[in-house]
Design a protein around this ligand. Structure first.
Ligand code: ATP
Ligand code: MG
Ligand code: FE
Length: 347
């Protein structure tokens, strides 16, 4: 069976085709167009601009995905679309396109969860999930620790109490004078810096916080600590060692994310970890997760970078997982939900 997945939760218009067999899902094509260039000068995503770009890109992106997959519209057996969480205007454009296709082709429609898709896309790369996995989803809007059973059953163990990891990177990027989004720029600088140069705080790791927030994260205190440190240097008329600040800041974020995630794997007896979401493109996080999971005897699966940031493959992968389990399709008037709970995989 063939599933078309559509993603429009933020600034990427994504369409992908996945073939679902009895056991595995295979990615046939994945096409992404981004409107990021139009937002960069504003220092953040402008929802109206993103919505309009989705409207313009949707048909070309879907057409290209079908061409690359060498399938026709009429070959499709199901349409999956991001129902949330995300920006309501952009989500609405994707949902409208998905509904039109589902009605026109008379195939089922599945409105699925974007954040869960960030984890499940890994099935296309490394094969079906084992019965129970831990998933660390770190992105522009989320830093969440999920326990996932049979690919579609989600328990939320923890989340960030303030900024998401990617958001913290983008804010620190701004204070260091880097272009938006700052995440990839900090990553690049950090590779040239010394992660031990500055000891920045590790949020929610003190014993008193651990008791209550063992699986929660907090990055806004760290962001403030970086701001203070940079201000102090500027006031003293000293040059800011950008590489060392980036490396030390990145180290603090990756340290907390990996330490807490591995502790949760141990506490729940889970030996497979999936790391996904835009921030999982971060090279320090990828390295640290690989090293620490190897030491802990945990099998860590991180998709290639192109499947970490937003794309249609993640939605097609989750749609295929839902289809394989014969879950009931979404209603044709499916509502988009900008704050869709992570425990809700399907509308
Ligand atoms: P969500 O998935 O929570 O709805 P989103 O879709 O906006 O949020 P993604 O597109 O998944 O987020 O991820 C974008 C984020 O990832 C941005 O904050 C960006 O700075 C960050 N990011 C991308 N590459 C890197 C990198 N190499 N290092 C650090 N951060 C990165
Ligand atoms: Mg994006
Ligand atoms: Fe995302």
């Amino acid at each position: 069976r063939l599933v078309l997945g559509l993603e429009t939760s933020c600034d990427e218009t994504g369409a992908a085709v996945v073939r679902l067999d009895a056991e595995r899902s295979e990615l046939l094509a994945d096409v992404v167009a981004s409107s990021m260039d139009e937002h960069a000068r504003f220092g953040g995503i402008i929802p109206e601009i993103a919505s309009r770009a989705h409207l313009e890109q949707m048909i070309p992106v879907v057409t290209t995905a079908l061409e690359r997959a060498e399938v026709e519209l009429s070959d499709l057996d199901a349409i999956a679309v991001t129902a949330g969480p995300g920006l309501v205007g952009p989500l609405t454009v994707g949902a409208a396109a998905a509904k039109a296709l589902a009605v026109g082709l008379e195939v089922p429609l599945y409105g699925v969860n974007h954040v869960v898709g960030h984890a499940v896309v890994d099935e296309l790369v490394h094969g079906p999930f084992p019965e129970r996995v831990m998933a660390l989803v770190v992105s522009g809007g989320h830093s969440s620790l999920l326990m996932i059973d049979d690919t579609v059953g989600v328990t939320e163990l923890g989340q960030t109490l303030d900024d998401a990891a990617g958001e913290a990177f983008d804010k620190v990027g701004r204070l260091l004078g880097l272009p938006y989004p700052g995440g990839p720029h900090i990553d690049r600088l950090a590779r040239e810096g010394d992660p031990t140069a500055i000891r920045f705080p590790r949020g929610l790791t003190a014993a008193k916080d651990q008791a209550k927030h063992a699986t929660d994260f907090s990055f806004s205190g760290l962001k403030t600590a970086v701001a203070r440190w940079v201000e102090a240097k500027q006031d003293a008329g000293e040059e800011i060692p950008l590489n060392d600040v980036a490396a030390s800041f990145s180290d603090a974020v990756s340290d907390v994310l990996t330490a807490k995630t591995i502790a949760a794997c141990r506490a729940h007896g889970v030996d497979t970890l999936i790391v996904g979401g835009g921030f999982s493109a971060n090279s320090q996080l990828r390295d640290m997760a690989a090293t620490r999971c190897a030491e802990a005897g945990i099998d860590v699966r991180i998709p290639p970078i192109k499947y970490c940031t937003d794309n249609g493959a993640m939605i097609a992968a989750l749609g295929a997982a839902v289809l394989r389990r014969d879950l009931p399709p979404s209603p044709l008037d499916l509502p988009v939900d900008s704050s869709m709970p992570l425990t809700q995989v399907l509308v």
